[in-house]
Design a protein around this ligand. Structure first.
Ligand code: SF4
Length: 281
């Protein structure tokens, strides 16, 4: 059976960088504790756990002699300061794409401008960004919430890094009704999610079956399965190679593989090896 990998799959740049930074701290002998799970992948968290990496939920849980890790989503400046005050060392693995949004929000607030962030108000990345402009920022999830905004002063509109472009631009357009000033719109969407979906879509036309490797609760992995199913009925979401059922592959000549943004390369290699080992007829 032929196994084809999508052109873009697995760890995005920010997640890969965060995992590398954690492993570097472990290698230096630090006691490493991440604020919130580093990534949404059970198997990778287990692997890091074997290296002594643990997760905390509040900065108060970090102690002297320990290294605190800020994950790719970033945190508010207050949380960062609390970690710096308590820990011996802070590893800031905030994705540079998220840092850019934080800086834009902070600069606009300094100039006494309103900041509208389009995204999910409960998402850790959004909570972190708002912390850079606490008195000036509003988080709204889409254009349906524009009516709830007050009149805006020289507004800056930015986005959560993972939302859909259409949601962002429709909302930015609607925001123009809330001000007489010029609206500055800065598209801060990261292309990682879209790139993985487009690559999966392209490959799904060329295969008889498709495996998406990712957490059962990972929204970007679930979306990838939806994309694959549009062209390839036999598309499955699996967490590990053990979930592959050879019965599903009867008569299959070519199988596609992709993975969500939190799926590590070692797990992907195991799935590919398992598929290549299946005798088909
Ligand atoms: S999805 Fe994009 S913004 Fe988010 S961590 Fe990955 S690379 Fe960074």
């Amino acid at each position: 059976m032929r196994v084809l990998l999508a052109d873009e799959y697995g760890f995005c740049f920010g997640v890969e960088r965060a995992v590398d930074m954690v492993e570097e701290a472990v290698g230096e002998g630090d006691t490493v504790r991440t604020l919130g799970p580093l990534i949404h992948n059970e198997q990778e968290m287990e692997r890091l756990g074997h290296q002594g990496v643990t997760t905390i939920t509040e900065p108060i849980q970090i102690g002297r002699g320990e290294t605190a890790v800020i994950r790719a989503h970033g945190v508010t400046p207050q949380v960062q300061k609390e970690l710096e005050d308590r820990a011996s060392k802070v590893v800031d693995a905030t994705c540079p794409f998220v840092t850019r949004v934080q800086k834009l929000a902070a600069r606009a607030a300094e100039a006494d401008r309103h900041v509208i962030i389009v995204g999910s108000p409960d998402h850790p990345e959004m909570i972190g960004v708002k912390g850079y402009a606490p008195e000036h920022a509003f988080i709204i999830k889409d254009e349906s919430e524009v009516a709830s905004l007050p009149r805006l002063r020289n507004p800056l509109v930015v986005s959560q890094t993972t939302i859909k472009a259409k949601t962002f631009f429709d909302t930015a357009e609607a925001i123009k009704t809330k001000t007489d000033d010029e609206v500055q719109v800065v598209n801060t969407i990261c292309s990682a999610t879209r790139d993985r979906q487009e690559a999966a879509m392209a490959l799904s036309n060329m295969v008889d079956a498709f495996y998406v490797i990712g957490g059962r609760h990972s929204s970007n992995s679930i979306k990838l399965v939806g994309v694959c199913k549009e062209n390839c009925e036999k598309s499955f979401l699996i967490e590990t190679e053990e979930e592959i059922d050879p019965e599903d592959l009867k008569g299959v000549e070519t199988v596609g593989v992709t993975a969500g943004a939190s799926t590590p390369e070692w797990l992907i290699k195991k799935v590919v090896a398992r598929l290549e080992s299946i005798e088909n007829n």
